[in-house]
Ligand binder design. Structure first.
Ligand SMILES: [Zn+2]
Length: 116
């Protein structure tokens, strides 16, 4: 389905932006991404690719994080917790909120909007 494919691409872009913010602030990377963040981005993009069939279903929103292996999930969780609120300020796109909604469902409460 064309729409769901676009959504996957949009989510990839969202993840990329989030990792970029995280890497710049946390790892003090001047340009691009550090090794670790590049791996994380590749992994996240790979998960989204595998997810493409199911992306037509609304619930698959959660899948982007559900199908991560624990180590990567922990990393992406940290990235989202850090970059999520900043993303909403810097890139107030509906897609971001949509993406965060899926993430929120995993633990039943939103780990993104809670102050750390
Ligand atoms: Zn980094």
């Amino acid at each position: 389905m064309l729409i769901s494919k676009t959504r996957v691409q949009r989510e990839k872009k969202t993840i990329e932006l989030m990792i970029a913010i995280y890497c710049r602030k946390k790892h003090r990377t001047k340009k691009g991404l550090c090794q670790e963040c590049r791996e994380l981005l590749n992994y996240a993009a790979g998960r989204l690719d595998k997810c493409r069939f199911a992306a037509a279903k609304p619930v698959c929103n959660k899948c982007t994080v559900h199908c991560y292996k624990p180590q990567m999930r922990e990393k992406i969780r940290r990235v989202m917790g850090f970059s999520g609120p900043r993303m909403l300020l810097a890139h107030p796109v509906a897609a971001v909120q949509h993406f965060l909604d899926g993430f929120k469902d995993i633990s039943g409460n939103c780990s993104i909007n809670q102050p750390k």
